[in-house]
Design a protein around this ligand. Sequence first.
Ligand SMILES: O=C[C@H](O)[C@H](O)COP(=O)(O)O
Ligand SMILES: C=C(OP(=O)(O)O)C(=O)O
Length: 354
Amino acid sequence: MHQTDNVNVRSIEKLVSPREIKVEIPVTEATQDFIFESREQVKRILSGEDDRMLAVVGPCSIHDPKMALDYAHRLKQVADEVSDRLFVVMRVYFEKPRTTVGWKGLINDPHLNDTFDVAHGFRIARQLLVDIAELGLPAASEALEPITPQYIADLISLASIGARTTESPTHRQMASGLSMPVGYKNGTDGSLQIALDAMTSSGSPHSFLGIDAEGATCVVHSKGNPWGHLILRGGRSGPNYAREDIKDAIAQLEKANLQSNLLVDCSHANSNKDHTQQRNVWLDVLNQRTEGNRSIIGMMLESNISAGNQKLGAEPSALTYGVSITDACIDWDETAELLRAAHTQLSEAAVSAT
Ligand SMILES: O=C[C@H](O)[C@H](O)COP(=O)(O)O
Ligand SMILES: C=C(OP(=O)(O)O)C(=O)O
């Protein structure tokens, strides 16, 4: 008799349940209130009630929790300095959608050595999110594996669906049930339509497969997430942050009867994956905003302690501290400089508007 199932599966391991992980790494009421309030602030920016800009800033991926916390301490200081004009949310990205193959992030492979200790990955991801929240810094993350939110989403204030998954019905369904605002990247080919469709889809209720707090498979019935927004990240056709691109994106949002606000990712195809170009995108988009384009509600930077990136080799202990192992990032000093420059420019624009 021929085996007809699990033909290409090497093995299946049981995983600790979301409830067990949450009992091990609990959240205080004060932290829960902080996450709730951070999400409310993001919503107020999205609805135009709060005229600050969102600045989603941080590493391309987290591979060393100590380094991430070091970064968070630095960011918190500048976030407080600029808080009257910018609402800073740290990129705390644990799941990487690869173009083909490669390290898939801290949850999937926390020891960085293909041992795929996912239970440990959830533990350190959750602990790091608690630590960052206790510092008073809201966290943003990409929602990739549909199972993951059960373990960590209570600690996340802003989510994104990446360029490689915005068209995926599974991700749209998941987003429809997420508790925080969700941004949808345009496709890797530059197409906005898939992100607009994602916003329409995930704004609606869905019934789909998921897991409950015990890890049992179940049917999830979502309400729909009304806080979807577009993230322009450029595409194979080139960057899409220029004035005419943003005008066109707003026209497309309006035509689709969607809220006409968007965030610009200064990295990825908008910087041609050259981290030194991120500052040009940041400053250009900032000019567009201060010239009066209120549809631009935020910007995203890929930033780390030190600039550039490095290859993850066979010896993770040989990695250089503070440097990305996925996309190249700008360094901390440049990040602080760009945040302060935005603060100055937004403050001046506010004064001249009165
Ligand atoms: O932001 C990260 C990367 O751009 C994304 O995960 C794709 O990476 P890759 O093309 O190196 O696989
Ligand atoms: C993977 C990312 O971006 P994109 O989906 O735009 O490639 C990211 O922001 O980490």
